[in-house]
Design a protein around this ligand. Structure first.
Ligand code: AMP
Length: 183
């Protein structure tokens, strides 16, 4: 199983990816987690990543693509993966298509987590992550609308998009995902 979880911050992608990755026995590849790990060092690169995260901005595409390429070239991801939080821009999605072509892999599904903005804001405020302050949340949602939302059309054209109503209890969303994405 290879699938992408697409949707705004706070939609529950990470929670569902962790549950289903364990069930399907495939790695949960979260660029947010990878960048949080990379940010945890005293290097100029780590400092730059902390800057983007703390402002709610995206890490530049070239760096993000390089990190994902290295991750997907590992042997543990050969039999499948769930990508959570990547791609987040059209250039990232194009680079992923090229990378998957090189690797001889296909992505089976792109799951779009749909939910109303007021629910999102409440969820993000409740998470208590350092990048979940009201100002940063506003920026992250704007960045999502401008840069990530166009991917809904991108993957719709590829006929890979499936939608899940993410404004429901965790177990309900998990059950929908199991039903939508037969492995
Ligand atoms: P997340 O945990 O997925 O919300 O990601 C947290 C932060 O990591 C984001 O606000 C970005 O700064 C950075 N990040 C994660 N994934 C990406 C990506 N695909 N492209 C650029 N930046 C990313």
């Amino acid at each position: 199983m290879r699938c992408i979880f697409l949707g705004p911050p706070g939609a529950g992608k990470g929670t569902q990816a962790a549950i289903l990755a364990a069930e399907w026995q495939v790695p949960h590849v979260s660029t947010g987690d990878m960048f949080r790990l990379m940010a945890n060092a005293e290097t100029p690169l780590a400092q730059d990543i902390r800057g983007y995260q703390s402002r709610g901005e995206l890490v530049p595409d070239h760096l993000t693509i390089q990190v994902v390429r290295q991750r997907l070239e590992n042997t543990d991801v050969a039999k499948g993966w769930i990508l959570d939080g990547f791609p987040r821009t059209v250039p990232q999605a194009e680079a992923l298509d090229a990378l998957l072509g090189d690797l001889g892999q296909i992505c089976h599904w792109v799951v779009y987590f749909e939910l109303p903005e007021d629910v999102l804001k409440a969820r993000l405020l409740g998470r208590g992550r350092p990048d979940d302050t009201p100002d940063v949340i506003e920026t992250r949602l704007q960045v999502y609308q401008a840069q990530t939302a166009p991917l809904i059309n991108f993957y719709n054209h590829q006929q890979k998009l499936v939608k899940v109503q993410a404004d429901a209890p965790v177990e309900t969303v998990t059950a929908h995902l199991r039903a939508l994405t037969p492995s």
